[in-house]
Design a protein around this ligand. Sequence first.
Ligand code: EPS
Length: 361
Amino acid sequence: LTVTTFGESHGPAIGCVIDGLPPGIAIAPEDFRQDLERRATGRTRHTSARREADEVEILSGVYEGMTTGTPVALLIRNTDARSKDYGRIADQFRPGHADYVYWQKYGVRDPRGGGRSSARETTMRVAAGVIAKKWLAERHGIRVRGWLSQLGEVTPEGCDLSVVEDNPFFWPHAAQVPALEAYMDALRKSGDSVGARVDVIAEGVPPGWGAPIYGKLDGMLAAALMSINAVKGVEVGDGFASVAQRGSEHRDVMRPDGFESNHAGGVLGGISTGQAVRCSVAFKPTSSLRIPVDGLDIHGEVVEVVTTGRHDPCVGIRATPICEAMVALVLMDQALIHRAQCGDIGEVTPRIPPGPVEGDG
Ligand code: EPS
């Protein structure tokens, strides 16, 4: 499976091409609506005020509502771009922003906002992920879901995944939501931004997906999640917390009725174990700030950089569906690769049930 996205935040449209999808997957434009709404700007005061319809047009690869096996091209027209907001920084580099490295790499300055480095690009990842989620659910009974597991310095005081979709932060503890609203209001007023952490689990992944050396499942997940704009860290299972653990604590005890824990994050030796696949993703604080800072312009002169316009004080707030999409795409890819190599290999024994999932009941 390959996914390519195209388009800029302030260009006429954004889109993606998904190649390698099996034929016979039912796809309709309405299928994309829910996840695109979850990711979109302009739905609450805590995200950028830009208001996009995010209506998906299916250009190819679907006939009479079914994928044909040929490349699926999806298009979303930008309806609320406003490049003039960027006039002031058209020849400046924002400290902490990718516009400097785009200039170093390409030697071309596209002054229309963040262009490809804008969070707008992630829209098409979510759209592609909708197809992967649907296929994984129908074909394998897999459910991929995420939540915000840290906002700035704030961590959840409890974890109840049933409340995640009831608040604009994807936060797993309902009682904390008013405090988060106040936190974000104060942050927005200050003109600053903050980082966030998103956790994703995929339940129902059978054992055996992935590869032992090259193409490790956790390596593919890390690469896919790290490819999201603003991501600075990815953990699988206990991740960096494993450093301070003893082996006797980290190992997941196997019993006939299920794994007792999930420190591994559902992956051992690059191959799925049958436990829930669990990833955690760190998003940096965004760099487009109203707070003035010294920067350089394209002539190397020191300038004062102030970014106005419609920006996210915490891009991680709406990153939950993006991370889910990337996990789903990797899992679908690995499912197809596994089938190609191993066919429909039957169950080998013993097959250990996945064990408990944090935050469920
Ligand atoms: C973004 C700035 C804003 C956001 C944008 C990400 O856009 P603009 O440059 O048009 O004002 O609204 O996010 C989206 C449009 C989106 O759909 O995610 C930025 O600085 O990254």
